[in-house]
Design a protein around this ligand. Sequence first.
Ligand code: FFO
Ligand code: ATP
Length: 195
Amino acid sequence: MITRQSLRNTVRQLRRELPAETQRQAALSLVPHFEQHPLIRRARRVALYLASDGELDTREAIAWCWQHDIAVCLPVLHPFSKGHLLFVDFTPTTPMSSNRFGIPEPELNCQHIISKASIDILFTPLVAFDQLGNRLGMGGGFYDRTLSSWHHHRLGPYPIGLAHDCQQVEQIPVESWDVPLPEILTPARRWHWPA
Ligand SMILES: Nc1nc2c(c(=O)[nH]1)N(C=O)[C@@H](CNc1ccc(C(=O)N[C@@H](CCC(=O)O)C(=O)O)cc1)CN2
Ligand SMILES: Nc1ncnc2c1ncn2[C@@H]1O[C@H](COP(=O)(O)OP(=O)(O)OP(=O)(O)O)[C@@H](O)[C@H]1O
């Protein structure tokens, strides 16, 4: 079977090569998904991400959340707990910096850390997904760790993956720690499992 690393390389290149206009339409396509989604409409706080490396751009989705009084937080690399994420409140005035992967994140201010228990929905970036909802990420295990309590005990935020349609692959070689997603939104459709 194809290795996880070669799958990552192939799909990361595919999404980086998407034309700017495709990226723009993809970003806009999230708004009707959000408007039609009962769980999203009822959410009080969600975690999103800021796109990098050709990921589905979330800025339109973030603006829609703010307009609908849904608080937004973003992942911040934990300063000393390796492989872990913190979630920090994100508003139009939040001071930002770049993390060691060059991804913008809120400057770490302890007063703005949000507990996972108060996040209703966690939108995850991903590199590739398959028709069973298996998710392959960038390789840090950050989201697998974050979602492990939801996977095993249904504790913590409900995850929804966001991806371009071209990130769907035939089959992902799954590892024991991988958390399959219950839902993925792409510009073309909403995937959900059980189907
Ligand atoms: N937009 C976004 N934010 C995110 C994630 C993500 O996937 N997307 N993450 C989801 O986990 C976390 C960051 N995880 C990442 C893991 C690896 C690489 C990366 O580019 N690795 C390099 C080589 C490693 C290095 O430079 O040290 C590479 O593979 O080329 C980037 C982000 C938190 N924030
Ligand atoms: N729940 C967990 N507890 C401890 N270690 C974990 C857990 N989940 C993943 N890991 C470790 O993290 C490393 C990277 O995992 P993996 O390659 O699946 O990341 P990924 O899903 O691609 O990335 P991400 O979740 O950050 O998007 C693996 O070595 C794995 O052992």
